[in-house]
Ligand binder design. Structure first.
Ligand code: KDG
Ligand code: MG
Length: 410
């Protein structure tokens, strides 16, 4: 069969690590006829491991391959490695996958969403991140999102008695970046303080702003199933869009216990990297939203499989979209979100300057909805010369400890 079909040979693949505002890893693939595709390979706090996986073990296998064979390349890299899954490998495969979809779109002269079946909706509902150290600060932040036309807002506020609370951004930029230290900083966590405060926080927001927008909250993996069930039950009157990551996500059967105690919708999956991580959660209908991302769950090709499985069981999508996923990842997510029947919502935090100097994007926000734009491919141009101005420096996420010093989930 060899030589029977025309090829589009991959002639170059290179990895760029750059830090315009924060660290990003980008894979660039070029073909013999000058097509260029880009993929996001950023794994927050472990960036160089993916860069090495790509440079040392994937790029040599890509050279000479047919750029058009996305599905085959995916399986070649996944099954061909023998070792399955894992955040590093799946992020590397995802970057290749995104770059190949980008190239396929450019060759066809079509935005990627057209290749995925075409738009199922006009634009993609997104949620913004409101936060504050005090409830007054939080109010100002929520108001800012509502003024901008957002239809869905995630709320986080500092837990009284704790020095640091997850998810609090600076008011000026409406974004936060928890990977700050050149070594991981220690945070202190107290579940009792949080469980007292979280219902007050949600009640406060509904009292101030009413029910005219979707309300979300991220628990960030810190509770036991029973604690999460209790919290979910207390939040029921406030009709949350979701309660995110109530317990450490790898324990799938734990969600049966949460489900048995509350009807508050549950979203999970930002740390997942394969369909196997969420198989039980989806097929047993233990969650309402699956939050896996294009970058960490094997690219468009694999995330689409997860979304299709979820569709069969009435689970909707709600992809992770924090700023540690690059604008290429957000764009790829938007193309997929636009097409799938079971789309729910997309997380959106605008990237901080100077990211826009390095990643030129075509997505547009209007009235709380994002659209990926109509450019062929993914619609993101990566400026390698600009990237050189922002060298990588190690940055780590914090580590959580209980008051007695025990390491807890962050
Ligand atoms: O790198 C970790 C972040 O992506 C994560 O903490 C963000 O939980 C998060 C969210 O919901 O955006
Ligand atoms: Mg989260």
């Amino acid at each position: 069969m060899k030589g029977r079909y025309t090829h589009m040979k991959i002639t170059d693949a290179r990895v760029v690590v750059t830090a315009p505002g924060r660290n990003f890893v980008t894979l660039i693939i070029e073909t013999e006829d000058g097509m260029v595709g880009v993929g996001d390979a950023t794994l927050n706090g472990r960036e160089l491991s993916v860069a090495s996986y790509l440079r040392d073990h994937v790029v040599p296998l890509l050279l000479g391959r047919d750029a058009r064979r996305i599905e085959d390349t995916w399986n070649y890299l996944y099954k061909g490695a023998y070792w399955r899954r894992g955040a590093v490998a799946m992020t590397a495969i995802a970057a290749v996958d995104m770059a190949l979809w980008d190239i396929k779109g450019k060759v066809a002269g079509l935005p990627v969403y057209e290749l995925l079946g075409g738009a199922s909706r006009d634009a993609v509902l997104v949620y913004g991140h409101a936060s504050g150290h005090t409830l007054d600060d939080l109010d100002a932040s929520v108001q800012m999102f509502l003024n901008k036309g957002y239809k869905a807002v995630r709320v986080q506020a500092s837990v009284p008695g704790l020095e640091h609370t997850y998810g609090i951004g600076s008011p000026a930029v409406a974004a936060y970046e928890p990977a700050n230290g050149s070594m991981p900083e220690d945070d202190v966590w107290d579940t009792a303080l949080y469980l007292d405060f979280a219902p007050q926080l949600i009640e406060h927001v509904r009292e101030q702003f009413g029910h005219g927008f979707h309300l979300l909250h991220d628990v960030h993996h810190r509770l036991t199933p029973n604690e999460a069930g209790r919290l979910g039950a207390r939040l029921e009157p406030y009709r949350m869009w979701w309660m995110e990551d109530p317990t450490p996500a790898e324990d799938q059967s734990a969600f049966r216990l949460i489900r048995s105690q509350t009807t508050t919708p549950i979203a999970v999956g930002e740390v997942f990297n394969s369909i196997w991580d969420c198989q039980q959660l989806i097929t047993e209908r233990l969650i309402d939203y699956i939050r896996a991302s294009v970058t960490h769950a094997g690219g468009i090709t694999h995330l689409r499989r997860i979304f299709f499985l979820a569709e069969l069981y009435g689970v909707r999508t709600g992809s992770h979209g924090a700023t540690d996923l690059s604008p290429i990842s957000l764009s790829a997510a938007l193309h997929l979100d636009l097409t799938v029947a079971n789309f729910g919502i997309q997380e959106y935090m605008p990237h901080l300057s100077p990211a826009d100097e390095v990643f030129r994007t075509t997505y547009e926000l209007r009235d709380g909805y994002l659209h990926p734009g109509h450019a062929p491919g993914l619609g993101v141009e990566f400026d390698e010369a600009a990237a050189e101005k922002y060298p990588y420096a190690p940055r780590y996420l914090p580590v959580n400890r209980l008051v007695d010093g025990t390491v807890h989930d962050w």
